[in-house]
Design a protein around this ligand. Structure first.
Ligand SMILES: [Zn+2]
Length: 296
């Protein structure tokens, strides 16, 4: 007679965590949307219908970046670990030793993700709005404005009909092509994230590409930028900020993260052959000497 035969059968709900735990010992996690995580951030669902769990929080300021007041007040500083870290890395790289060069970071996602009054997407911690770097008429770098300013194809600012800016210096600001390109190149070449889209107006895209060609940037980065920089068809032209969207990392895909839309050719092989991704933000930050982020 088995020893426990007189005990009532365990209910399924009690059994599941046990199964997950036993299985988790081998794969360090538990599968399924809104079950457990592998201890890092998880993006679930789609960018326009999704959530975040255990997101990282971007600090309000750091080396080469700041979250201007309007966006600080909204509190949308939460994203997947790898995106939050990549923003900081890119901002630090663009800044270099020039303390005046500062990226304005607008919305990522709210703490738990989901819908908001401001965005259709930005729901699952994989979108971020970045304010353009600007210079004055003499080409000297200016700090990020407290609002998003529209730029025409020549990189000159303009007001939309019935729009006025609070920023007194708006009309002297110019699109800083050099630093905006450097930002995009930093994000495109960051091995921990893979960009699906950089939404930006066609005119500004052409400015950035022309600059990159002139500066003899690596051909593959320019080719990559040509593909992912895009003026969206179903949304405003994005001539006042970059909207960056990254693919689900493969670990998150396992927990219910869903990419929508195009999968670029260069991505397809990694989707097919590389299996589960085990991005480890703690290890990464220890290796690169960056301070550890506080988990949301
Ligand atoms: Zn956006």
């Amino acid at each position: 007679m088995p020893r426990h035969s007189n005990q009532p059968p365990r209910r399924l709900s009690g059994l599941l965590p046990g199964l997950c735990l036993a299985w988790g010992l081998s794969v360090s996690g538990c599968a399924g949307p809104n079950l457990w995580t592998d201890g890092t951030s998880v993006s679930t669902g789609k960018t326009n219908r999704g959530r975040t769990r255990h997101p990282a929080k971007l600090p309000y300021k750091g080396r080469g970046f700041v979250v201007p007041k309007r966006w600080k007040d909204r509190g949308f500083q939460y994203g997947v670990d790898e995106l939050v870290a990549a923003i900081q890395r890119a901002a630090a790289r663009v800044r270099g030793r020039a303390a005046r060069i500062k990226l304005g970071v607008a919305d990522i996602s709210p703490k738990r993700g989901g819908k908001s009054q401001w965005h259709a997407s930005h729901q699952s911690g994989r979108d971020v709005d970045l304010i353009f770097y600007t210079v004055d008429e003499k080409g000297r770098p200016l700090g990020p404005p407290e609002e998003m300013i529209h730029f025409d194809d020549e990189g000159k600012p303009y007001e939309k009909p019935r729009q006025t800016y609070d920023d007194a210096s708006w009309s002297s600001r110019r699109f800083d092509t050099a630093h905006n390109w450097k930002l995009i190149e930093s994000l495109l070449t960051d091995p921990t994230i893979r960009l699906q889209w950089v939404f930006v107006s066609e005119g500004l895209k052409q400015r950035l590409l022309a600059y990159a060609v002139r500066e003899k940037r690596p051909a593959w980065v320019i080719a990559y930028a040509k593909v992912v920089l895009r003026q969206p068809r179903d949304a405003p032209p994005h001539d006042d900020h970059f909207h960056i969207r990254i693919y689900c990392n493969r670990g998150d895909r396992f927990y219910g993260c869903v990419d929508r839309g195009v999968v670029w050719h260069h991505e397809k092989k990694s989707f097919r052959y590389e299996g589960l991704e085990r991005y480890d933000p703690v290890m990464w930050r220890l290796m690169t000497g960056l301070p550890l982020l506080t988990a949301g």
